[in-house]
Design a protein around this ligand. Structure first.
Ligand code: PEP
Ligand code: MG
Length: 558
């Protein structure tokens, strides 16, 4: 029986290979007692700088790769950094501890900067410090000089320079113990097309075996026998064939087989992901998860900082719309500075409830969005609105902000429909809304009363079920009757099997994980209204999940 591990994907795709585990080298100190720690630090820094300068000469590097190496080198040469390390050594720290401390402090300072590119650099600096410290303590990094064919590399972390230096001809996938969608390493991995997962305790849980890394599903499956391997090979071959077919329509406008246009936007959570709109030929950003921009910072960002990041995103969109969702902090997206300790966080202070409990803070975000809407086509999206009173509360604050700023831009307002109560009360809110967007991830969670992050109840949280389809059908009919534009930005929009049902319900606007664009555009082109209506009628008659899935699987395979 194959063994399946779930993990967080930072670079998409599928890869089949043998795991190569890189643990840091032997934990033996090269210098048993630091006789001259400052000299050792100085020598190591010089060595690292020389190595970076030499690496930057490589003719195969792009300008941006060279710039990353140069940025690392300049940092390592910075006399202020040297002084800070020496000061820690004078205070009694060993060479490696001093480096670790000073780099971590630098990393924190960078993460708090207004410029998003500099802020992202924090993680690289942290990793650089860790690496330097492990070399100073004689632990080495354990990275291979050469790789066997089809290697899935498992490492705690990598600096940008280490990644560039890695022999990549045989590297088909990576598993990191630390990493983030928007750090530089993730960007390098994505642009090199290397599927990558982040699994915090990978080196203790995994062993040298063959495995299928599926970054689209966020899974690593290890083979236990030849049969598993044969199955993996088949899966990979089918995936490659499908991928080519899908990629052929990436640049086409999103439309059904009968030529009906569909608005297809991107779900993003970082400044750097905004470039995906152009890369994947999308129509704008349908969901900016604004909380992801600030989760590393620990506290609610001020208005200026918010405005600068939202603007950095809008600038990349060539005039296409940007839907900014107000902070969805709380539940599994805790912000340390908020000190939320609750027995039931998914049912507690989250999203708009937090904003309404701290109106002055919510107003800083509304102000940043109003200011941006003076220059760019922005829409405001409110998460977790369940009661009309909550909408009243936010709209009052929005009016106050507009008066205080003396600005009244065009700013369409919408709510996320994420609770059954919002479905039931849509008629009481529609007149004050310009649109609504269905958040099926949470709508399913609150419909089934099953925690979307609790693996032990995952059988009770099906992404597709008769209950959810009926609820969405009711919602779409209601929105149509109210003349309220409805779009869908939950993961269900990226699920090809659900697409014909959603289209048959009348939805023509979706926001998806950008990496799914080619597949979704391909599926849209297969859709015909009459077939869709017939399929929806059958789906609505299903009572059990398995009947619904059989129906939809048959439809997609046809
Ligand atoms: C949703 O709930 O479907 C959604 C899009 O929001 P999030 O996944 O960020 O909660
Ligand atoms: Mg949600």
């Amino acid at each position: 029986m194959s063994k399946v591990f779930t993990a967080f994907a930072i670079s998409p795709g599928l890869a089949l290979g043998t795991l190569h585990l890189c643990r840091p080298g032997p934990q033996v100190r090269t210098a048993p007692l630091d006789s001259d720690p400052k000299r050792r630090v100085q020598a190591q820094l010089t060595k690292e700088c020389d190595a970076l300068a030499q690496l930057a000469q490589r003719p195969d590097l792009s300008e941006s790769q060279r710039a990353l190496l140069e940025a690392d080198r300049l940092l390592l040469e910075d006399p202020e950094l040297h002084d800070a390390i020496f000061e820690q050594i004078d205070g009694g720290m060993s060479a490696d501890e001093a480096c670790q401390r000073v780099f971590a402090d630098y990393a924190r300072q960078f993460e708090q900067l207004d410029d998003p590119h500099l802020a992202h650099r924090g993680r690289d600096i942290f990793c650089l410090g860790e690496r330097l410290a492990s070399r100073l303590s004689g632990m080495g990094h354990g990275l291979p000089e050469q790789l066997d064919e089809d290697t899935l590399l498992v490492v705690p972390d990598l600096t940008a320079a280490e990644f560039i230096r890695l022999p990549k001809t045989h590297l088909c996938g990576v598993v990191l113990e630390r990493g983030n969608v928007d750090d530089h390493l993730a960007i390098l991995l994505r642009s090199a097309g290397i599927p990558t997962l982040v699994m915090p305790d990978a080196l203790t849980r995994l062993s040298t075996q063959s495995g299928l890394l599926d970054a689209d599903k966020g899974q690593l499956t290890l083979a236990t026998n030849g049969e598993d391997l044969a199955l993996f090979r088949d899966t990979l071959a089918q995936w490659q064939q499908r991928r080519e077919k899908h990629l052929a329509c990436l640049a086409d406008p999103a439309a059904t087989a009968e030529g009906e246009p569909v608005w297809l936007g991107a779900n993003i959570g970082s400044v750097e992901e905004a470039e995906k709109v152009g890369q994947h030929h999308l129509d704008g950003i349908g969901l900016l998860r604004s909380e992801f921009l600030y989760m590393a910072e620990g506290d609610w960002p001020n208005e200026a900082r918010q405005y600068s990041l939202y603007r950095a995103i809008a600038q990349q969109l060539n005039g296409t719309p940007l839907v900014i969702r107000t902070f969805d902090f709380g539940a599994d997206k805790a912000l340390p500075g908020l000190n939320l300790i609750e027995a039931n966080p998914a049912l507690g202070q989250r999203a708009i409830r937090l904003g309404l409990a701290q109106p002055e803070r919510l107003k800083t975000q509304l102000a940043a969005i109003v200011r941006l809407a003076m220059e760019y086509p922005v829409k405001l999206l409110l998460p977790m609105i369940s009661l009309p009173e909550e909408l009243d509360g936010v709209l009052t604050l929005l009016d106050e902000v507009k008066v205080e700023l003396a600005m009244n831009p065009t700013l369409p307002v919408g709510i996320m429909v994420e609770t059954p109560a919002a479905v039931l009360m849509l008629d009481a809110m529609a007149a004050r809304l310009d649109f609504a967007s269905v958040g099926t991830n949470d709508l399913a969670q609150y419909c089934y009363a099953a925690d979307r992050n609790n693996a032990s109840v995952s059988p009770h949280y099906p992404q597709l079920s008769p209950a959810l389809i009926r609820l969405l059908h009711q919602l779409s009919r209601q929105a149509k009757a109210l003349d309220l534009p409805l779009s869908l930005c939950g993961e269900l929009a990226s699920e090809p099997r659900a697409l014909p049902l959603l289209l048959a319900m009348g939805l023509r606007s979706f926001s998806i994980t950008p990496v799914r664009t080619a597949e979704i555009k391909y599926q849209l082109r297969q859709y015909r209204q009459n077939d869709g209506k017939a399929l929806l009628a059958k789906a609505l008659a299903c009572t059990h999940k398995r009947d619904l899935l059989t129906l939809l699987n048959d439809c997609v395979s046809r």
